[in-house]
Write a protein that binds this ligand. Structure first.
Ligand code: SAJ
Length: 400
């Protein structure tokens, strides 16, 4: 193969399939034998539109093969997760493990690229690690960082069409990496150094987190002030230079709620706004849970019985089935803890079953519940109508 990709997850697999479908032989590596078997059968283990066709074709044409071990190639792409540890410190152990697996295979002229979201300086750190093991390769191989920026649900399109930021540890590395991506990316390729490229990825997601925090802060203020925050934001956005995002029940997913910590961990004194945004967005989920609790207690006082509650939406954002790092799940868990004997209807139209929660049809839940809690703005919920005596807690701005 020409290319080895390490990590066949949400980004690694689509990237491998795209490269392979450009007739560049790819050897994809994953630690899971199960994942490897599924891919070699031309099938996929994740939900992403168009990915099934791309992988089936790449495997059928013989350009993509999966394995649990890397082999000799010319370009090595590291596309593994970078989670954080308990104290919000980034955990780059998967990047290091992937690099360790590649080190014995490297030879003069090879290109090593990290795509995983990484703290500033990771590419240089891996370079030092590689050269400590293989000093004869110093100045003989190329190393670069190039973050992915694709939106789940639109990955196959964005992988080709998004602009890419490419930062080498030196100019030759940057140029070598540019030439690599030019083979399959149609978006513009922007060159820089590896530290800037690493920081760029963290900056993009922190910027979104900070902007959502602003919207969430407004939602708390408006709740006290008796103002409809959705109307307020729509009106403020009529200003030609104002563009406020939408408040919600918190920020989830594995990127926006994670990446800002990579900056905060390393630059705690300087990153006050970034750290505060994380706190504000986390607090918003807690606030929603408290609001549900208080509404339930008020209902009980007034009616002398426990209300039934419908929790509408579990995914981390609208119209997807991804429940990972979802604030709606955290809120649901708290409601379950708080709500004693109350009837609880839990709804997620994009998922058939859940290992912990018993799921109810969304129309049934919305019809029966005394209190309807709208957590995620799924399309299905937009046409629901509610009865006069139902209490609706709309945390995602669906009710007009
Ligand atoms: N959210 C709000 N209000 C908004 C927009 C989003 O509360 O106005 C919430 C969502 O409900 C969700 C969270 O923010 O819980 C994140 O959703 P998202 O759609 O903003 O982002 P992700 O996590 O799906 O994908 C992001 C994207 N980054 C940016 O838009 C800067 C994507 O381009 C990145 O590739 C991806 O992170 C990643 O992998 O880093």
């Amino acid at each position: 193969p020409k290319v080895v990709t390490i990590g066949l997850g949400y980004i690694g697999l689509p990237t491998s399939a795209l490269i392979a479908n450009n007739k560049i032989p790819v050897h994809g590596v994953d630690i899971s034998q199960h994942v490897v078997d599924i891919i070699n059968a031309g099938k996929i283990h994740i939900v992403e539109p168009e990915l099934d066709k791309a992988v089936a074709k790449a495997v059928a044409d013989g350009f993509l093969r999966a394995d649990t071990k890397p082999v000799t190639a010319e370009t090595y792409l590291v596309v593994v997760p970078t989670p954080f540890k308990g104290n919000h410190e980034p955990d780059i152990s998967y990047v290091k493990a992937a690099t360790t697996a590649i080190i014995p295979l490297l030879k003069e002229g090879d290109l090593y690229i990290i795509e995983s979201t990484s703290p500033v300086g990771t590419t240089e750190k891996m370079m030092e690690y590689i050269f400590a093991e293989r000093p004869e390769l110093e100045n003989k191989i190329y190393l670069a960082y190039c973050p992915e920026r694709v939106l789940p649900g639109n990955v196959m399109y964005e992988l080709v069409n998004n602009d890419r930021v490419i930062g080498g540890v030196n100019e030759e590395s940057t140029q070598k990496a540019l030439a690599f991506y030019r083979q399959f990316v149609q978006g513009e390729l922007h060159s820089t150094n590896s530290r800037t490229a690493e920081m760029c990825k963290l900056t993009e997601n922190s910027s979104r987190d900070v902007q959502i925090a602003f919207a969430n802060e407004l939602s708390l203020i408006c709740d006290k002030a008796g103002i409809n925050v959705w109307e307020l934001i729509a009106l403020a956005n009529k200003h030609p230079r104002v563009n406020i995002l939408q408040p919600g029940c918190g920020v989830g997913g594995h990127c926006i709620a994670v990446d800002p910590y990579f900056i905060v961990a390393e630059f705690p004194m300087e990153s006050r706004i970034i750290a505060q945004a994380r706190e504000t967005n986390n607090y918003k989920s807690f606030w929603c849970a408290e609001k549900i609790k208080n509404t339930r207690l008020e209902f009980e006082l007034k009616n002398g019985r426990e209300p039934s509650i419908a929790i509408m939406g579990l995914a981390f954002k609208p119209n997807i089935d991804d429940l990972r790092e979802s604030p709606a799940i955290q809120i649901t868990e708290r409601v379950l803890q708080d709500s004693g004997d109350a009837d609880l209807f839990i709804v997620e139209p994009n998922v058939h079953e859940h290992k912990v929660f018993k799921l109810t049809d969304y129309q049934v839940a919305a019809e029966k519940a005394d209190i309807v809690v709208l957590l995620v703005a799924h399309n299905e919920f937009k046409n629901l109508s509610f009865k006069e005596n139902q209490i609706v807690l709309d945390f995602c701005g669906i009710v007009k």
